[in-house]
Write a new protein. Structure first.
Ligand SMILES: *[C@@H]1O[C@H](CO)[C@@H](O)[C@H](O)[C@H]1NC(C)=O
Ligand SMILES: *[C@@H]1O[C@H](CO)[C@@H](O)[C@H](O)[C@H]1NC(C)=O
Length: 217
């Protein structure tokens, strides 16, 4: 059209740059930035959350009610399998994995994209899963390690185990789960911690006492 090429290109490049800057900013969320201090991330996230999102994030729903759409529509923070709560009778490891993955996809597709946490009872092996090895309760470290690996294999990052609340300080033998107890003295229970490092992995040497730790596997 007789317009010198350089005049056509400059506006194109400029608008391209402006678009990239805008897109870059739109994709940046302070709460997702691991370089930011924890409190800054928390405050940023809280300031973005609606009441419905806060309620959803504080809710843990049962697996029977959790679909990808439910996770997404109600901003659900976590899901649990209670005793005997399975994706299907005799479900395979693959079925477990794909169920958890679908729920996670729903959670991640929300505007805030907060991953959900799936928790399951695994106090004596990954007992809800068909064919998984069953162990005695809460005893040795290697049981914790084996159970953790099995739980991970089904896509689940979180176990409700060991149970060191009521079940581990049983003072009334009439109670039906007394067999899970280490005894009636809380001091004994405090010492019976080997299974915890089995589940979580060994603390690194510089680990600060009293803070949570989970090995990255
Ligand atoms: C959750 O699932 C149970 C069992 O199928 C059902 O009875 C209950 O109504 C469901 N709850 C909701 C809120 O959908
Ligand atoms: C599950 O496995 C058990 C034991 O192998 C078998 O008796 C039962 O029929 C199976 N159930 C289904 C629904 O496949």
């Amino acid at each position: 059209m007789g317009v010198p090429l350089k005049f056509k290109r400059v506006p194109f490049l400029l608008s391209y740059m402006l678009v990239s800057i805008a897109v870059g900013e739109a994709n940046y969320f302070k709460y997702k930035d691991p370089e930011q201090p924890l409190n800054v991330r928390i405050n940023d996230l809280m300031s973005r959350m609606t009441l419905a999102e806060k309620i959803g994030q504080m809710s843990q729903i049962e697996q029977v009610n959790a679909t990808s759409d439910v996770m997404k529509n109600y901003f659900i923070g976590s899901v649990l399998s209670g005793a005997g709560s399975v994706p299907a009778p005799n479900a395979t490891v693959e079925e477990w994995m794909s169920m958890v993955t679908e729920m996670q996809k729903g959670a991640l597709s929300t505007c805030l994209g907060i991953p959900m946490i799936y928790g399951i009872d695994a106090v004596h092996g990954h007992g809800n899963v068909y064919g998984a090895t069953l162990f005695p309760h809460n005893i040795v470290k290697r049981i914790g390690t084996a159970t953790a690996l099995k739980v991970r294999a089904t896509g689940i990052p979180y176990v409700f185990a060991p149970c060191i609340a009521v079940t581990q300080v049983c003072r009334d033998p009439r109670w039906g789960r007394c067999y899970e107890s280490f005894g009636e003295d809380p001091r004994l229970v405090q010492q019976m911690t080997a299974i915890i490092t089995g589940f979580q992995g060994d603390f690194p040497p510089n680990h600060r006492k009293g803070t949570p730790y989970v090995a990255g596997t």
